[in-house]
Design a protein around this ligand. Structure first.
Ligand code: PRP
Ligand code: MN
Ligand code: MG
Length: 181
């Protein structure tokens, strides 16, 4: 199968739409953090594309760090209990932290992560997520920078995977049912 975009039923967000929106968010971030140091924390692996594009779009100094987390609990449902697979290298004391994510689904990962990073003495912890699925929310997460609100479909691309594939698509699309059924 040469063209993996054939596995999508629909392109929800094109590469151009994503980049235009990221540029808008970055202008807001530049304004909001003017005169302050900024630490971007990417959540592996989904956030790699958002991190790459947000960090390069920002016309200012930033630092970059990464965490990998995994929800564990019974079955496929995220339990809200999160385990750290790879921790930050940075000390967060007094830092202004902006968590970079690809998507907020149930909200359980980010609500746990914000608490966890705040408890390490960060001065501020805010969230920037490219996508949010309001219909899937189980907990309310206050997200300062949201790229797009999308309907509750199985989406892949631009960092988002199905069984570790499709992260390398430049667009975000709805995965065709024949792929997973
Ligand atoms: C996905 C996504 C978010 C999280 C959102 O990550 O990248 O990090 O789930 O889900 P939630 O709002 O219901 O908690 P995943 O655990 O699939 O790991 P990955 O980033 O490595 O794909
Ligand atoms: Mn993720
Ligand atoms: Mg995933």
């Amino acid at each position: 199968p040469a063209d993996i975009t054939g596995d999508l039923t629909e392109v929800l967000l094109s590469e151009a739409q994503i980049h235009e929106r990221i540029a808008e968010l970055c202008r807001e971030i530049e304004r909001d953090y003017e005169g302050r140091e900024l630490l971007l924390v990417g959540v592996l692996k989904g956030a790699v594309m958002v991190m790459a594009d947000v960090s390069r779009e920002l016309r200012r100094h930033i630092e970059m760090d990464w965490m990998a987390v995994s929800s564990y609990g019974a079955g496929t449902q995220s339990s809200g209990v999160v385990r750290i697979l790879k921790d930050l290298d940075s000390d967060l004391t007094g830092r202004d932290v902006l968590i970079i994510e690809d998507i907020i689904d149930s909200g359980l990962t980010l609500s746990w992560l914000r608490e966890n990073l705040s408890s390490r003495g960060a001065a501020t912890v805010e969230i920037c997520a490219l996508l949010r699925k309001p219909e899937a929310a189980k907990v309310d997460v206050d997200v300062k920078y949201v790229g797009f609100e999308i309907p509750n479909h199985f989406v892949v691309g631009y960092g988002l995977d199905y069984a570790e594939r499709y992260r390398n698509l430049r667009a975000v699309g709805i995965l065709a049912p024949h792929v997973y059924s």
